[in-house]
Write a protein that binds this ligand. Sequence first.
Ligand code: HEM
Length: 395
Amino acid sequence: MVEFDPYDWATCVDPYPVYRELRDSAPVYRNEKLHFWALSRYDDVVAAHLDPETYRSSGGVTIEGREAAAPMLIVKDPPEHTWHRKLVNKVFTPRRIATLEPFIRARTAELLDRVQNKDEFDVVTEFSVLLPLDVISELIGIPVELRPEVHDLSNRLSLRGDADDPTNAKEYAEAGLGLLQLYLGLVQERHRTPRDDVITQLMEAEVVDESDGTVRKLGDEEVAMRFMELGFAGHETVALLIPSALIGLHRYPDQRRELVADPSLLPNAVEEFLRWDPPSHLQGRTTSRDVELHGVTVPAGEKVMLLTAAASRDERAYDDPDRVDVHRATKKQLGFGVGPHVCLGAALARLETRIAIEEFLARFPDYGIDESRAVRRVQTNVRGLSELPLLPRSA
Ligand code: HEM
């Protein structure tokens, strides 16, 4: 009988064989020990994501659900979620994201120039963790002198070990509070001196809540919280996708050669990296009613994990799904989630990843990787590497 424990080490290293077993023999899987259900087939995962009435986010989006009480967008349900999301959308327009392209390219070049002549470097700690944090800081308008502190606090918040360990829990709480205070300080400063930036705009933005006709606006702490969430979500995810893409291209050298020869394939390749091995493997929901699926009843009030990473490799949706194919036509992109909670930073993440891989391949078309020395992180909501030794010229 198939067993799916996301904390099992072998499953962390390569969950895809287990995902296949789930799809084939337990499409509505129950883990009694960890108290969750899991959906893994493409059609089921998409349908659940598109049904927020039944699959609620407010019970938390991880197996543990510790984040459920936090005032974050990701754990709100409609109608509250709808107006909160509309407010943020007013500020994070596609036009604003597009203006970041020159900054992203220049910063990428700077970071890669620093490692250009090394015999070996760590692609995560020396590149992929640094870039997204700088980009999000630029987008939010964090003053340059505060960026080292934001880096430090964000790293302490995301690179924690076992969150049940009291030392880690204390460290985590301190880093979270530190970041919130930093953002709150920026909000208060904008009260004194408003600027033409996203902080001021979000403080001033108003929307009509269509569920009751009320005009809604955020308070200072809510604005600070929103930026903290954006910073957090936009930092570690991109940091994990870049090494995953580089591993994909290392394992499929024919695909790498094609990208090196024709960078216009990159936007499609980014979609493929997100399908092949995405940073976010599962999104948790809680059922608001009994659900009947494939002859199994999931009772109301149960935690259900929507395994987007398993769904993206479903043979029922894709031919030869385990292979990286930079020409593949992705159906719905599940790497950013689907439906009302679909990633708010998707356009930015796509832009950053495309530029990062393009600049990287232009400098290191023959790179090698020592996967035996890669260090993997264990968390249920995101999956990826915290270290990946890279050999610039030894493929
Ligand atoms: C490769 C990079 C990224 C990946 C794989 C990713 C993935 C995801 C996924 C799967 C969700 C849906 C969660 C759910 O349904 O419960 C999500 C939501 C979200 N993402 Fe991203 N993300 C990425 C980058 C970013 C960036 C750069 C930002 C910010 C600038 C961001 C901000 C958010 C926010 C705020 C939400 C919550 C949206 C809501 O609940 O309405 N993400 N992301």
